[in-house]
Ligand binder design. Sequence first.
Ligand code: FES
Ligand code: FE2
Length: 331
Amino acid sequence: MPIVAPCEAKTNTTPDFPMGWFSVARANELSIGGVKRVVAFDRELALYRTESGVPVVQDAFCPHLGAHLGVDGRVVGERIQCPFHGWEFGKSGDCESIPYCEEIPSRAKLRTWPTTEKNGEVYMWFHPENSEPQWEVPELAELGHPDWSSPRHAEFDVPAHVQDIAENSCDPVHFAYVHRQPDVPPSEVTVEDNGRILHLHSDASQAEIPSQLHATVYQPGFALVRNTYGPGAEMVVYNSAQPVSRHETRMRWTLTVRREIEELAGDEVMNGIISGLGDDYPIWANKVHRHRPIFCKADDTLVTFRKWVRQFYIKPMAASGNTESIANYSA
Ligand code: FES
Ligand SMILES: [Fe+2]
């Protein structure tokens, strides 16, 4: 007699964290000498900016007696000082000074995560084995360009894994049901030759306001969506993610539009994005992650997404799902 498997809601099928660059703060939230507690990848982290202006992300707990460096830690020159007994750690993570002892234990180190600052954000490179970055964060040419409006920002905590949020953009069918858009334009998902960057094209030339949508997904948690309504009428929405845990992701949105249409596309667009996420919210908050989704023949964009996303995991099969159903319906 076959044994009935436990209810899926009680089994944990959510993937681990993918590798990539993930935003941990807006750059203007971190002044010189500023120290912040950050929770990302189910880890406690300390984010700080040294006197010379360099942002640093390190594991938060002091190797001495475990104080949290992101809570009342202090920047001293290029180091962070622990609030408990004053040990100081450099940007490499090594303990460089113990105020009451000459000799520094060789194991007194903090794990340091590669960090960069671009596009008005601070990003950290996450890799489950803490290995070196494999690509760079793209620089967004529209931000700060005189032809484009000053950026508008929004933040939203989403009760979903970062992969599921990325998958949503390759899921045209859900727009009809979740977002109540009756005429979902035809969409195509392709992957660049290098294999890493995924593109989604949606042809809304038949819509009430005709447009072309092009999303460039650089990795799960980092995407740029460009809407073109005509010459000089363009809008760019860029989103970057902070995976807080496997069930929660902080999304940071940045919107800029060509000056020509600034009056038409501003706060309203940003509010539309936020309310769109509100539509997705109950689905995300209550769904399970399917390792082995049963795809139908018309789910080709989702199949492409699942194949593409494997590369961001060091254990790809466990992370991305059912090779069988992908094989069945691959184009
Ligand atoms: S716990 Fe950090 S110096 Fe003691
Ligand atoms: Fe959605």
